[in-house]
Design a protein around this ligand. Sequence first.
Ligand code: E4P
Length: 216
Amino acid sequence: MKFFLDTANIEEIKRVASLGLVDGVTTNPTIIAREGRDFEEVIKEICSIVDGPVSAEVIELTTEEMVKEARVLAGWAPNVVVKIPMTEAGLEAVNILSKEGIKTNVTLIFTVAQGLMAAKAGATYVSPFVGRLDDIGTDGLQLIRSLKVVLSNYNFKTEIITASVRSLEHVEEAAVVGADIVTIPGNLFPKLWGHPLTDKGIERFLEDWKKVPIKG
Ligand code: E4P
């Protein structure tokens, strides 16, 4: 399973990248706005730290404008993946861009049908939003399970990025069902390697170590 970081915060990216755990990065307009920095500058900086795919989202809504914007974003670095919203215009843009060899990540996927449409249009990645589905009382992880089955049934190369991840359970369950990728917010990532019993265990071992007689 590949881990992406769902952040544009350079410190968070450097911290997790130093552990060898970052396969890519996803951003969206909200994540970029949080940093209070120039969009192009921050995407280029992330691309200089991370070798894997870095998603940068278009803000235009017509096919023509999305394609134009996507070509600019894709020119910023070889590993930029253009995030396109799941709309009819977006699907047309994905179709055009995939023929030009520009990688796309279709975002705001909430149904199996949307995921299937995006894959068929030529999306490199699809991003189903589990947390936002949970927020409205639906089982977000069920979408990952079903979409995985559907894309496998027809041998699509499109990879599933489990997005809108809020908990350790989301990450673990996405791995259980075989999602290709999970994109994890910077503040959630440390919870993946930590556990209170691990901390307690270390404490106890160090206390007990003090009782070990030292020769000389
Ligand atoms: C990533 O690709 C998505 O934009 C992100 O995971 C959305 O997360 P949110 O629902 O917590 O805003």
